[in-house]
Design a protein around this ligand. Structure first.
Ligand code: HEC
Length: 254
């Protein structure tokens, strides 16, 4: 036996029937899980921006949050707009989008409120309006949705990294027994692994900057697409790939 024949990659047509059953049933269950994952994604993200369909905004809203959704911002852009000038409004909106934290309230926001709002918005005005003289008073109208917490992101990412890489390892180990162009195969084995990494990384980036939502979607698409291809090619070739007449002519690369 030459070294070359020892290195010959295993192909589906060399598999026993038991192996074929094992591979097929596993791949079908993974395929089912894949469809469930997509449906889950759809039903959980689809209404985040109150528009039908899964959009970049939906993804941004779940990681970054919907930071424009406070009653306070609606008021200073709407019914209370006449009480505040453009520059002060911008400072307040920036503060809200930053999470409306107490730290910057005293320094930046309190003076604005004192100048523009406290004529009416204090207890003593007798108008029975929300009291803006303290952080607690304004906070009720400034509860910013900053998306998923770091703790839930960490939980979600480690489950994803362990789970999906293991899954890709199993699916990939089956898929490499298919007979396809070798560069295509190498790309298809590597791309979903890279995509999982980029996907998880971009969740954290989106938490800080909503523009990265597009990366979440692209990486998720690459992951899903390459996994689906591996699945379909494997399932097809397990049952329909014929052993070549001349066994030596087949590719000798893994
Ligand atoms: C001249 C009095 C007056 C001033 C000054 C004033 N407000 Fe108001 N504000 C009102 C009244 C009256 C209401 C209740 C009726 C309404 O919502 O229009 C109200 C309601 C609100 C609400 C509640 C809206 C809701 O969702 O229920 C917010 C928030 C608010 N004001 C913010 C501000 C801010 C911020 C400022 C300063 C930039 C300000 N207001 C200045 C009189 C005032």
């Amino acid at each position: 036996m030459t070294a070359n024949t020892n290195r010959r990659a295993k192909r589906f047509y060399n598999c026993t029937l038991s192996e074929k059953f094992l591979y097929t049933s596993f791949l079908l269950l993974v395929g089912l899980g894949y469809l469930m994952a997509i449906s889950y994604l759809y039903v959980t993200h689809v209404n985040n921006d109150k528009q039908p369909g899964l959009s970049v905004e939906d993804v941004a809203n779940s990681y970054y949050g919907n930071r424009s959704g406070t009653r306070l911002e609606a008021a200073i852009r709407g019914s209370m707009a006449g009480n505040i000038d453009e520059a002060d409004r911008e400072v307040m909106v920036a503060w809200l989008k930053d999470g409306a934290e107490q730290e910057h309230f005293d320094k930046d926001i309190k003076p604005i409120l004192q100048k523009n709002c406290l004529a009416c918005h204090v207890q003593s005005s007798g108008m029975n309006l929300p009291d803006f003289s303290t952080y607690e008073g304004i906070h009720k109208l400034a509860e910013v949705d900053t998306g998923m917490s770091i703790a839930s992101l960490l939980k979600l990412s480690h489950i994803h990294l362990f789970g999906i890489s293991l899954l890709l390892f199993a699916v990939g180990s089956i898929f490499i027994q298919s007979e396809v162009n070798v560069w295509f195969k190498r790309t298809l084995v590597l791309s979903p692994m890279v995509a999982v990494f980029v996907d998880v990384l971009s969740w954290f980036l989106t938490k800080y900057d909503s523009h990265y939502a597009i990366v979440v979607i692209v990486a998720g698409g690459v992951l899903g697409g390459s996994m689906a291809l591996q699945l379909l090619i494997s399932l097809y070739q397990i049952w329909f790939l014929k052993k070549p007449e001349q066994a030596d002519a087949v590719s000798e690369t893994y």
